[in-house]
Design a protein around this ligand. Sequence first.
Ligand code: SAM
Length: 408
Amino acid sequence: MAPPAHDAPLAAYQWLLGPEGRQLLDHLADADPLATGLVARLHRELGAERAVVVIEQLRLRRRAKEKFPMAQAMFFTRQRLEQATDWAVACYKAGRFPLGEPWADLCCGLGGDTLGLATRGPGLAVDRDPVACLLAEANLAAAAEFLQRQTPPQKLHPVQVRCQDVFEADLAHAAAWHLDADRRQGARRVYRQSETSLGWQAVERLLQRVPHGAVKLSPMDEPPPEWEARATWEWISRGGHCRQLVAWFGSLAEEPGLRKATRLMPTGPVSFQGSAVPAGEAALGIERFLYEPDPAVLAAGLEYALGDRLNLRPVAPGAVYLTGQEAVEHPLLAGFEVLQVLPFDRRRLQRTLSRGDYRVTEVKKRGVDVSPEALLRKLRKRGSQPVVLVLARVVDRVLAALCRRLDR
Ligand SMILES: C[S@@+](CC[C@H](N)C(=O)[O-])C[C@H]1O[C@@H](n2cnc3c(N)ncnc32)[C@H](O)[C@@H]1O
């Protein structure tokens, strides 16, 4: 049985996606969905069920702008929006699928990944939840219209949306598939594929039908040892967060067993690949430059491989921060020039800030039990020199480094 994903019934979404619902949403596009007057009026005029989906939609469209450039014309439920792959990540992933060839998106949800894949070739989107299928159809239309308005206009390939179980899907024509199982078991969130509604056995069954596939996983998941050598494992970050791990199989994989960290930047993707190596010799202190690896690098366990490549050492055994005497530039590293290092002690820190005329603009920490927000509130606000305060545990000491951010 499908887990409940929405509070409102299917009929309420069918109405919302119909002409009356769409017209009302357009009319209320600029209204404040939290205004009590509006909520009361909609309840009175539409009844509770329809009022709830209208208000929810107005809120979700605002929230979804971060994920989708065409959010204002799309349809969401709260849970399906949280689960959806955003437009930038979806288009990047779709780029690995063979151009112009048919694909199948298994567990399409509201269609986050489907939209990206539809820029690549024709396809089949499958979900067992009828509301998800309704949303996916509407969102494909919204994306097609959005792309049509771009200069030059772009087209989406045709997509069939089917409400069925993954294992009922007809993969006869699919050159490759994408799978994104539910990482929620009722109210409980899980992050391992083995705990999802479709575990690794399901992946095995799909690979037997079509050997070329991609499995979207939580960025906190780890390749199971028995699967590690069978896929390329790619952690993808965007906007300072690691968004997902993708296991690529068959012709979609670059090299089986490879680990890859990719940061999606406005200028394009930047990747680093290798094997997770143990930390080499630690610096046991902070040198002239300090570096924090991108979240995708950290999730992939590639920080020491990247450090080795750039001649950087961890500040301490097992530490995340890397350090070196030379400035290096890499899009997968946030770099800091170290102005001063002292043992972490609040009063001493305040005195140093006053003496140096420093103003702390940001606090970063790793392996230290301090709330950066709370500490920032308590630190000196005046000073002509803006600095980033980095707290790093170096064996049994906590060091405070006053730094200047290097441009990324
Ligand atoms: C994480 S969401 C997919 C999100 C989607 N990739 C996106 O970017 O919008 C998972 C979806 O899997 C569907 N699902 C779970 N098990 C399924 C199954 N056995 N067959 C079909 N759909 C399933 C759920 O209904 C849900 O919509």
